[in-house]
Write a protein of this length. Structure first.
Length: 301
C-alpha cells in the first residue's frame, strides 16, 4: 500500500482541483485574477491546521524551503500570464487547451533532468492523456472548426503569454518534486502559502486588487482557495510518497477536468458533448496506464 500511496494522493489532488473548478466558475466574472489570488490565499489559511502538528515536530531544510517558495511563485506567475493572455486578445478556445498542456513541460524535465524512466504502459498513458486534456478543456474550436483554430494561431502577444503560462506551470510541478526531496509535504505546503501571502500583499499594495466584492464572492472565493490549496498539498504528498513527476502531474492534470465535468453535470445541470465523453474515457485509461509499476522480480533473491 505504501508504494501506491502516490497514486491516491494524485487522484485526491485531481478531485480537490476538480471541485475547485466548479466553485471557481461561480465567481469567475465577479473578480479579476489578482483579487481571485487574494481570496485563494485566504482560503489556504484555513487549511493550515492540517499541517501545523507536523510543522511543530520537524525542523525544515533551508534548501527545501527555498524551493517551496519558488514553486509558489512559479504557480502564481503562470496564473498571471494566463490573465495577460486573455487581456491581450487571446481566445479561450486557444489559450485554455494550450496552457493545459503544461504536463508536457514537466515530463521533459522529469526525463531529462530527474532521469525518470517510464515503461511502455506509462508512455501509452502519456500519449492518451495529452489529447484527453485538450478534449476536456471545455473549448471545442479545435474539433468543431480545425481550420479556424490553426488560422487563429500566430506570433502575437497573447500566444507568448500562453506559452509563458504553460512553461511556468510545468516548471512549478517539477519544482514541487525537488522541494519534497528536502522537506516534508507539510513544510513544502507551508512555504507555498508564504509565497502566496507575499504576492497577495504585493498585488494589494500596487492597487491591482479591488476589495469591494460581495460576501457571497468572499465566501465562495475562499472556499475555492481552500480546495485549490488542498489540491496543492495532496500533490506535494504524492511527490513525497515517491511519485514520479512525469506521472503525478499527468494523472492530476488529466483527471482534474473529469471531476469538474462530472460535478458540473450533477450540480450545475450542464450537459456533456461527445468530445468530452471521449476525453473522459481517455483520461481514465491514461491514469490507469500511468499508475502501472513493474514489480521487481524477487524469485531469484
Amino acid at each position: 500500500m505504501k508504494n501506491n500511496a502516490w497514486i491516491f494522493y494524485s487522484i485526491a489532488a485531481a478531485l480537490f482541483w476538480g471541485v475547485w473548478g466548479v466553485v471557481a466558475k461561480l465567481i469567475s466574472e465577479d473578480v479579476n485574477p489578482y483579487a481571485n489570488h487574494v481570496l485563494f490565499t485566504i482560503g489556504m489559511l484555513f487549511t493550515l491546521p492540517l499541517v501545523l502538528k507536523k510543522l511543530r515536530r520537524e525542523r525544515p531544510n533551508r534548501k527545501g524551503i527555498y524551493w517551496g517558495l519558488i514553486s509558489g511563485i512559479l504557480a502564481i506567475a503562470g496564473n498571471v500570464a494566463v490573465f495577460q493572455a486573455f487581456s491581450s486578445g487571446g481566445l479561450a478556445a486557444i489559450v485554455i487547451p494550450l496552457t493545459n498542456l503544461y504536463p508536457l513541460v514537466t515530463i521533459v524535465i522529469a526525463i531529462l533532468v530527474f532521469k525518470e524512466k517510464l515503461n511502455g504502459l506509462n508512455a501509452l498513458g502519456i500519449l492518451l492523456a495529452i489529447p484527453a486534456v485538450v478534449m476536456l478543456s471545455g473549448q471545442t474550436l479545435l474539433f468543431d472548426d480545425p481550420a479556424a483554430f490553426v488560422k487563429s494561431i500566430g506570433l502575437n502577444t497573447w500566444l507568448l503569454f500562453s506559452l509563458v503560462a504553460l512553461f511556468f506551470w510545468g516548471v512549478f510541478s517539477a519544482a514541487q518534486k525537488v522541494t519534497t526531496n528536502y522537506i516534508s509535504a507539510e513544510w513544502a505546503y507551508a512555504a507555498f502559502i508564504v509565497s502566496s501571502i507575499f504576492l497577495a500583499l504585493v498585488f494589494m499594495g500596487t492597487g491591482m486588487v479591488d476589495l469591494q466584492f460581495s460576501t457571497r464572492t468572499l465566501l465562495l472565493g475562499s472556499l475555492a482557495g481552500m480546495l485549490n490549496g488542498l489540491g496543492v498539498l495532496c500533490s506535494f504528498a504524492a511527490y513525497k510518497a515517491d511519485g514520479k513527476a512525469s506521472k503525478v502531474t499527468t494523472i492530476a492534470g488529466a483527471l482534474q477536468p473529469v471531476f469538474t465535468i462530472v460535478l458540473a453535470i450533477a450540480f450545475l445541470s450542464e450537459s456533456i458533448s461527445w468530445v468530452e465523453f471521449i476525453g473522459i474515457s481517455l483520461a481514465i485509461v491514461a491514469a490507469l496506464a500511468l499508475s502501472y509499476e513493474k514489480q521487481p522480480n524477487t524469485e531469484n533473491s
